[in-house]
Design a protein around this ligand. Sequence first.
Ligand SMILES: [Zn+2]
Ligand SMILES: [Zn+2]
Length: 257
Amino acid sequence: MELFDAHCHLDAPPLAKSVGEALDRAGRAGLRGCLSAATSLESCHATLALSAQWPAVRAAVGVHPHDADTVTDAMLEEIDALASDPRVCAIGEVGLDFYRNESSRDGQFRAFEAFVRMGRRHRLPLVIHCRDAHEALIASLRRCGGEAPVRGMIHCASGPPEFIDAALGLGLSISFAGNVTYPTAGALRGLVARVPDDRLLAETDAPFLSPQPVRGRMNEPAHLVHTIEQLANLRGAAPGAVAALTCRNAQALFERH
Ligand SMILES: [Zn+2]
Ligand SMILES: [Zn+2]
């Protein structure tokens, strides 16, 4: 299988301690690359260091919506400078999270829209987190660019079918994570068929969100195979074919510059 993990956090504990071993196991499973997304300024630096150390690791720089209230103009300037680094292939993880509300809604909108503009300036795709903020997210993207196409992905897909359709309509790709394998995830599984082949991505979100067969253990990029198998089942396709197309899509979206 050819695998590309479209969203993980290699700098997050406890995975950060065993990145080399995890990438070895993933390489034996067929991993061609992964996109490691930063969640804070400190994490941007850590992710860039991992990308320098491991050729399979591509970096995304940004601040997670949970920490949006900590985003200052100086921090945005620093991340904007990091975004010019050739190892940076995306802006993320950025977005809106109205489920945990760890940052104020105003702060989340302000940070997210600044990162959307940063992505445009650098011609980098966005890695978007969206939880219980589906309409707000689409509205926010339209505020930043009207109906102009948006390059990027919705990571850990969720939400009503209308949200997936609106995100596809804006030009975004849709990435499914290990939660698509959970017994209670019927509604989420129902979204998989809405995504055309050329917009489908698969991710682990490691070290979080382990797929059902390895649930309760730390997640790592090698576990992507379980999500691929579930997606293949739902699309009536061979796992190898789904692996190959999600790998190709991710390599095209996170092209190195
Ligand atoms: Zn997320
Ligand atoms: Zn994430």
